[in-house]
Design a protein around this ligand. Structure first.
Ligand code: C2E
Ligand code: MG
Ligand code: MG
Length: 759
């Protein structure tokens, strides 16, 4: 800031002296030259400081180092002029400007404008740059023509000749300033402050402007106007440095790129010389002005043509983009089918037009298994293949849609095609392997037709209910909606809500069914079975609510409760009856729980909280739960590594029992009740009895061969115990041995057993 004050003070003093000189005259003319070199020195100091401060930014550094050189050059010119004036002025008449200082000043101007010219404009595209260059040419020519016609040309043709040095300088100032001004109006915010650049450009502008004024009002014959003109340059230079310093180190609002209105102003301005020529004599300088005006009109025409061409291209691009966007919002990205939004629109339109419409809701059966076991890429390919099948099968009759996930729909409008026909066509097409992975998928299809007064939500809900019914009826089929169909579905949904409420109200409890050693009838284990004490329905058996809990995902929370409760109870029994009373409590686990990423952590936490080690727990899983893809398989192996025993529940009822035993880290096999039923019937025909016992025998032999423990489930009489023991079964469970019972009853049983042993 102090640099600004110094230079402003010096300039003011110089002006004062000039006014004094005009009023009363006197004083050596050389004084007019004294202020400028001192100010120049101050400006050099300011620039140097700034140049050091912005060193880190290459663009700013280049600008300010060039400007520093320019200032040094100008200051040298000022100094030489001052010395020259001191030596050669005669009275009140200054000597003509010598060549060397003029060159130094000229070099200073040129460097300053060069610095401005090199500041990058930062435009993006080639077309944009081309347009901008044309604009700048127009602006430059327009400004230059005006300055030429009213400034430079009259000076050149004036009666009283200017010294060639002064003319050179003023000409240079005109040219460079015009170039600078046109440049500045195109600059955005960058490392070099725009206000600073404007100041620099104004240095030339001031010189040129003052020169024009001097020409108009008679040039410096005898009056040392240098005292006014010369000190202005360095003032502007220190102002520029100050602006940059504030922009870089202070907090100043960011300036906006000024509207590039300059070309239009320039086009308008060029009319002034043309009008002047129209009313005056046409000399050679006038011809130059006219030629410039013509050139400008040509450039403007080119500029308009380019803009027109660019606009046309832009419009084409925008239309293309619009079409793409339109497609994107109405279509599914993966399969390219119409999406839910488009489906809704089309259905709404059909409803509004009261046209008959049928909706097919297509849901892939067990798609999750494909995704989990084969990966999402394969799943995606499968969805694309299914989409293709749908598109082929509806043909021109319908609109195939991907609703989301593995759910698709077909909208048939017009009533010419029966929904069942299309549904069957789709199912037939899906009965052959599809996609590049040759996968066989099945789908369940719900069909609903618009009835008078139907709403969009209503028809979709009907189709959904029908689809749900199709799934319930064994999948791979289609079902048409009939009124009343939703009741069981609704009951199911209601049950889900009831379970939620029951969980919060603490209506669930755990009963325990003992596991006995068949030889000794000694209790060795226990299976935890969940019960629901419903306030209205009474005790609800798990068969009724476990499927609903699985579907709603509430099984995860329910299972967690059973696990914790069982661990807590087991710890209490161990504390009361000693560590050998129960080897391991068994807890049933659903497939859905195995998909829960926190499952292993939950199990470990339940054990740890009750001070039980991992080998104190058995998890019972059905074969279908185990066969759920790689994630489940990883979970099971992790549990096995942790020492938790896994039991295959209801063994023998699944499909791939035998191979499963090798692939799956099972420690216990529980023979399903269906193979125990009737095993004891003493048939006269030995082969018929052998047939009944075949599975039970095969399972125990296989288990023994693989080193697995065996448990027979659902034993209901003593004869079955005998048979199973004969076949080699060691452990058993069943109503005959002990029914599931409350924890207190089991405690009493354990106490009785201890009493018997002691006795
Ligand atoms: P499961 O794991 O095979 O359990 C054995 C079922 O057979 C139990 O039925 C038990 O009461 C019954 N049972 C035991 N001995 C006999 C017998 O001699 N005769 C007959 N007729 N039945 C016998 P429950 O408690 O109704 O459980 C049914 C199924 O519900 C269980 O089959 C299990 O798959 C599931 N479940 C029970 N509790 C839970 C649980 O906490 N979580 C999960 N995920 N599933 C559970
Ligand atoms: Mg079980
Ligand atoms: Mg079972």
């Amino acid at each position: 800031m102090r640099y600004v004050w110094i230079n402003a003070g010096l300039a003011a003093a110089s002006l004062l002296w000039y006014l004094l000189n005009c009023a009363v005259g006197g004083g050596p003319v050389a004084i007019a030259y004294v202020a400028a070199p001192i100010e120049g020195g101050v400006a050099v100091a300011a620039m140097f400081g700034l140049w050091r401060a912005v060193r880190d930014n290459p663009v700013a550094r280049r600008f300010w180092s060039t400007l520093l050189a320019a200032t040094v050059s100008m200051t040298l010119g000022y100094a030489m002029m001052a010395v020259h004036a001191a030596l050669y002025s005669v009275g009140n008449v200054a000597p003509a400007m010598p060549l060397v200082p003029a060159l130094a000043l000229g070099l200073g101007f040129t460097l300053a404008m060069w610095a401005v010219g090199r500041v990058p404009v930062g435009t993006a595209t080639v077309a944009e740059r081309r347009r901008m260059n044309l604009d700048r040419m127009v602006a430059f020519l327009g400004c230059a023509t005006v300055l030429w016609h009213f400034g430079l040309a009259p000076m050149l043709t004036a009666d009283e000749r200017w010294s060639p040095q002064t003319l050179l300088l003023i000409g240079l100032a005109f040219l460079l300033t015009t170039a600078g001004v046109t440049k500045v109006s195109y600059l955005g915010d960058g490392p070099v402050d725009r206000a600073a650049i404007r100041m620099v450009v104004t240095v030339g502008l001031t010189a040129a402007g003052v020169a024009v004024l001097a020409t108009t009002f008679g040039h410096d014959g005898g009056i040392p106007s240098q005292a006014v003109v010369l000190p202005l340059g360095p003032v502007l230079l220190v102002l520029a440095a100050r602006a940059q310093a504030r922009a870089t180190f202070g907090s100043r609002r960011v300036s906006r790129r000024s509207l590039p209105l300059l070309p239009y102003l320039a086009i308008a301005a060029v009319d002034l010389p043309v009008i002047a020529i129209a009313f005056g004599p046409l000399d050679w300088s006038g011809r130059i002005s006219l030629a410039a005006a013509v050139l400008i009109s040509i450039l403007v025409a080119i500029r308009q043509f380019l803009a027109f061409r660019d606009n046309r291209r832009l419009l084409r691009d925008i239309r293309g983009q619009e079409a793409r966007l339109q497609h994107e919002v109405s279509h599914d990205g993966l399969t390219g089918l119409a999406n839910r939004a488009r489906f809704h629109d089309a259905l709404q339109a059909a409803l509004a037009a009261e046209r008959p419409a049928t909706v097919l809701l297509v849901d892939l059966d067990d798609f999750k298994t494909v995704n989990d076991s084969l990966g999402h890429d394969v799943g995606d390919h499968l969805l694309v293949a299914v989409a293709r099948v749908l598109a082929e099968q509806c043909g021109a009759d319908g609109l195939p849609v991907r609703i989301g996930g593995d759910e698709f729909a077909v909208l048939l409008v017009g009533g010419t095609t029966v929904g069942e026909t299309v549904a069957q066509r789709i199912l037939d097409a899906l009965s052959r392997p599809i996609s590049e992975h040759r996968l066989l998928v099945q789908a369940s299809i719900g069909i609903a037709t618009v009835v008078p007064g139907a709403t969009l939500d209503g028809i979709l809900r009907d189709a959904d209910v029908a689809m749900y019914a199709a799934k319930e009826r064994g999948k791979a089929g289609h079902v048409r909606y009939v009124p009343g169909m939703e009741e069981p579905v609704l009951a199911h949904i209601q049950l889900g809500g009831e379970i939620r409420r029951g969980l919060d109200a603490g209506e669930f409890r755990v009963v325990y069914q003992p596991l006995l050693e068949l030889e000794t009838s000694k209790i060795v284990g226990v299976e935890a079975l969940v019960r629901w004490n419903h306030p209205i329905r009474g005790t609800v058996p798990p068969i009724e609510f476990i499927p609903a809990a699985e579907r709603t995902g509430l099984i995860v929370e329910l299972g967690r409760f059973v696990l914790r409760e069982t661990c807590r109870q087991t710890a209490a029994w161990l504390a009361e009856f000693g560590p050998d009373v129960i080897q391991r409590p068994a807890v049933n686990v659903s497939a859905r729980q195995l998909h829960d990423p926190d499952f292993v952590a939950d199990v470990l936490a339940a054990l740890a909280e009750n001070g039980l080690s991992t080998d104190r727990l058995v998890l019972e899983l059905t074969e279908s739960a185990v066969l759920r893809g790689s994630q489940v398989s990883r979970t099971l192996h992790e549990l096995d590594r942790l020492g938790i025993k896994l039991a295959l529940d209801d063994f023998g009822t699944g499909e791939s029992s035998l191979s499963l035993l090798r692939a799956f880290p099972a420690a216990i096999v529980k023979l399903d009740k269906s193979f125990v039923d009737g095993i004891e019937i003493d048939d006269a025909n030995p082969s018929a009895r052998d047939a009944r016992q075949a599975v039970a025998r095969a399972v125990v032999q296989l288990a023994n061969a693989l080193g697995l423990e065996t448990v027979a489930e659902g034993i209901e009489n003593e004869a079955q115990v005998e048979q199973l023991r004969g076949l080699g079964y060691v452990y058993g469970q069943g109503y005959h041995l002990a029914r599931p019972m409350a924890a207190e009853d089991f405690t009493a049983l354990l106490a009785a057993q201890r009493g018997a042993v002691t006795a």
